[in-house]
Design a protein around this ligand. Structure first.
Ligand code: GDP
Length: 354
């Protein structure tokens, strides 16, 4: 079985710390660069397993023993539900798993509830990151990056306070129909949502958050991530007219491989278009960029999961959120055209009935 990296999205209320968490997760790659650190995609960042190993430390030992190891994680760079909404795929989501960020001092807020509803309707498993632990009144700063250790170093009253805040979240989630627990008390990760206290500011708890995330995907998402017999497909995140490139689409390739000689089959409002990419582009590493305008590197092939840009004049009018298939011959073009037509019909029924 060949499994790809899971696509991870970050959701939560405004100011809960989504951007800070993303920066922190990506920042962990900076020191890991020598060990084959993070690579930049279009709209996403890839953290290879070596980087995750470096961040998780001893926690990685268990993840390494899994029968099917993920080669890393692909984190969507733009947090919040706007992009998440465009990641819609076959009635579900292109995101395989999500991090729901909750401010530890504020608990559930309106957009936390909204995010949860979207995750629920798309059936996306998630982990709660209970952020800003460093802001709990009386919290003692410590050297460790492991939250389990940092909690032990707090006064008893602070430990009780954190426990209470965790139980507030457990209570709220229970009313909404979810069982949840602090990750160190979870007995069955399939039926209980794991809550991981973290601080995006200090980085404490990030090793546990990443190990829970990777552990869950390796254990429960194998079928979804297995690349055997999967149709090569992606989701359009945005379409632009760019100087020097013309019409482009930023896409997240969910499964399979895209090659320059392949045909792209994609929905356009009420029709299906077939086009060959003029170019497939990835961001250039900073050290290869001589001119700031020279941001992209043409490539001949990209494997899922990945964020990439395709340039083609035919892309004008393609809507964000559209599914895109990669065809290698005429029979596949016909097959995917029919599939998209069927999907368009079901989307139409969806909006009519909801
Ligand atoms: P977003 O709107 O959810 O993306 O939230 P941001 O990441 O922009 O964070 C909102 C504010 O909270 C910013 O001022 C951050 O510096 C701050 N913040 C985020 N995470 C933490 C944290 O773990 N601890 C503390 N003390 N502040 C944080």
């Amino acid at each position: 079985m060949q499994i790809r990296q899971p696509i991870v999205a970050v959701l939560g209320h405004v100011d809960s710390g989504k951007t800070s968490l993303l920066d922190r997760i990506r920042g962990t790659g900076v020191q890991g660069r020598e060990a084959g650190g993070i690579t930049q995609h279009i709209g996403a960042s890839f953290l290879p397993s070596e980087t995750i190993k470096e961040t998780c430390g001893i926690l990685y030992k268990k993840l390494e023993q899994a029968e099917h190891k993920v080669p890393g994680i692909l984190v969507i760079d733009t947090p919040g539900h706007e992009v998440f909404t465009n990641l819609r795929s076959r009635g579900g989501s292109a995101a395989d798993i999500a991090i729901l960020v909750v401010d530890v001092n504020r608990g559930f807020q309106p957009q936390t509830n909204e995010s949860l509803k979207i995750l629920q309707s798309r059936k996306v498993p998630f982990v709660v990151a209970l952020n800003k632990c460093d802001q709990i009144s009386g919290w003692r700063k410590s050297e460790t990056k492991f939250i389990s250790q940092a909690i032990k170093e707090q006064d008893a009253s602070i430990q009780t306070d954190l426990d209470q805040k965790i139980y507030d979240v457990v209570g709220t989630l229970s009313i909404l129909g979810y069982q949840s627990e602090a990750f160190y008390r979870v007995k069955d990760f399939r039926s209980e949502i794991a809550i991981v206290p973290i601080s995006a500011r200090s980085g404490v708890g990030i090793p546990e958050l990443l190990s829970v995330l990777v552990g869950l995907t390796q254990q429960y998402l194998q079928k979804r991530l297995n690349q055997e017999e999967k149709e090569p497909r992606g989701i359009v995140l945005e379409v632009n007219d760019e100087v020097g490139l013309g019409q482009t689409a930023n896409i997240i390739l969910i499964d399979g491989t895209i090659k320059k000689e392949n045909s792209i089959v994609v929905a356009k409002r009420d029709s299906v278009i077939v086009t060959k990419p003029k170019a497939i582009l990835l961001p250039k590493p900073l050290d290869e960029m001589r001119d700031p305008r020279d941001k992209f590197k043409p490539v001949s092939q990209v494997d899922a999961a990945a964020g990439l840009k395709i340039a083609s004049p035919d892309l004008e009018g393609v809507l964000p959120g559209s599914t895109l298939y990669v065809a290698t011959n005429d029979a596949e073009i016909e097959k995917y055209t029919k599939l998209i037509e069927a999907e368009m019909k079901s989307v139409f029924i969806d909006t009519e009935t909801n």
